[in-house]
Design a binder for this molecule. Structure first.
Ligand code: PLP
Length: 452
């Protein structure tokens, strides 16, 4: 009895003291207080278990409760807890080598703490690089509508989701947006390939109209993830790289969600025939057990920062980036992924989920089901013919019904009002076959109950 009371008071103390991220205050529906996790399952303070079909925020790639990860951090903290990255340490060096190898070589690694940080670093590096090449007029960054790149000023400026931004504007100047390919909503009668080529051409036209000598970089995810799971045709990504090369613009690939197996390969951009100038990563790097992020930069770009001229170095520091325990943990995390073959598992399990959910396409309110590896989007519509997005109440109702049945799913980020209609699934890559069956069964039950 006493412990029930104590646990109830936890919710009340939370209500009194904690301001939650991006969640509207709700008296009726307080945030879950989570106590523990094992594999793909989490348990709340009242003992109710849920399958975490979102891996937290697309990040706990190896699942919860991995003692080896705790051990790796513990050992490192005992040995050497902190070294600023103005100096160096073994785990940072080893991790840089490992990530570079996973990227196919030719990169140097800059450490920070979060995905937003990694993107800010990329923008600063891009601007300084052009300056040091004698092209100091290049400062603009182009990204895509619907993409999310982080919450700090520059990363939020690059974000193409108006609802997240409009109360904090004006943000940083010099950020422009173009539309991404959304193959579900392409013009009637146009092939997917032609449509994707046309979208890449729009990007090129933007660069030209803006005066190419003002453009520093394009940043994009391999596929738009949190913004609605928009998987491009490979031709789009390859054309974007071609366009960037043609106009002297750096291509930054944001792998914050896609990296470390989420899409069925080590990195999402490895589905395409491209070699980015910079790659940013976070979440899956440590499976979110500790904060750590990376901006990987091609060595030929790095060369411009070490030409021996006064002030050529990159004037950026952060206290926690490259924390030794986080680096040691990241190495162990990658070792687990490789030992358990989780990148292939992600590819296979993604197909299994898509096949298992295929029947749902026949329902009137299911416009599209799509994904790559273990990132899947289900577009909920009012009407299949007009593709009118379903109401927030309808989408929220489906998410709540899944939760009542023990499954946590998400929805796309705050794009613009009326367009937050894409349910997202992104379970841990280590989920078992039973976990995947559970996800399929709950979604089928909830969707069919909505019809009846
Ligand atoms: N980039 C992408 C694609 C993301 O999804 C996110 C976070 O969700 C970020 C950047 C920002 O990462 P963080 O929340 O670690 O700052």
């Amino acid at each position: 009895m006493e412990s029930v009371q104590k646990k109830q008071s936890l919710v009340e103390r939370d209500r009194q003291n904690v301001w939650h991220h991006i969640s509207p205050y709700s008296e009726k529906n307080p945030p879950m207080v989570v106590e523990e996790g094992k594999g793909s399952w989490i348990t709340d303070h009242q003992g109710k278990r849920y399958l975490d079909g979102m891996s937290g925020l697309f990040c706990v790639n190896v699942g919860y409760g991995r003692e080896e990860l705790a051990q790796a951090a513990y050992e490192q903290i005992k040995k050497m807890a902190y070294v600023p990255m103005t100096q160096s340490h073994g785990p940072a060096i080893e991790l840089a080598e490992k990530v570079n190898e996973m990227l196919g070589g030719d990169y140097v690694i800059f450490y920070s703490n979060s995905g937003s940080d990694a993107n800010e670093v990329a923008f600063k590096m891009a601007r300084q690089y052009h300056q040091q090449k004698g092209e100091g007029t290049r400062y603009k960054v182009i990204s895509r509508y619907r993409a999310y790149h982080g919450s700090s000023a520059g990363a939020l400026s690059a974000t193409g989701q108006a609802l997240r931004k409009y109360k904090y504007e004006p943000l940083t100047s010099g950020f422009l947006h173009v539309a991404p390919p959304d193959n579900y909503r392409k013009p009637e009668g146009m092939s997917i390939e032609d449509y994707n080529i046309a979208r890449a051409r729009e990007l090129e036209e933007t660069i030209i109209w803006e005066q190419k000598e003002t453009i520093a970089a394009v940043i994009m995810e391999p596929l738009i993830t949190g913004g609605g799971v928009l998987v491009p045709d490979p031709v789009y990504v390859e054309k974007v790289q071609e366009v960037c090369n043609r106009h002297g613009v750096l291509l930054i690939i944001d792998e914050v969600i896609c990296g470390f197996g989420r899409t069925g390969k080590a990195f999402g951009h490895q589905h395409f025939n491209i070699k980015p100038d910079m790659v940013t990563m976070a979440k899956g790097l440590t499976s979110a057990y500790l904060p750590l992020s990376i901006t990987a930069v091609r060595k030929d770009i790095y060369e411009k920062f070490k030409d021996g001229k006064e002030n050529s170095h990159f004037r950026h520091v952060n206290t926690f980036g490259g924390n030794p325990a986080a680096c040691a943990l990241a190495l162990k995390n990658i070792e687990i992924m490789e030992k358990e073959n989780l990148f292939n598992r992600s590819a296979e399990a993604g197909n299994r989920l898509l096949n298992g959910l295929d029947d749902l396409r026949n329902l009137d309110f299911v416009g599209d089901i799509r994904g790559l590896g273990l990132i899947i989007g289900i577009e909920i519509v009012e009407d299949k013919l007009t593709k009118k997005p379903a109401s927030p109440e309808c989408v929220g109702g489906l998410i709540a019904a899944c939760k009542a049945n023990g499954l946590i799913i998400g929805k796309n980020g705050d794009t613009v009002a009326g367009h937050n209609n894409i349910l997202t699934l992104s379970p841990p890559l280590s989920s078992t076959d039973d976990d995947f069956d559970f996800i399929i069964n709950v979604l089928k039950k909830v969707f069919h109950e909505k019809v009846n």
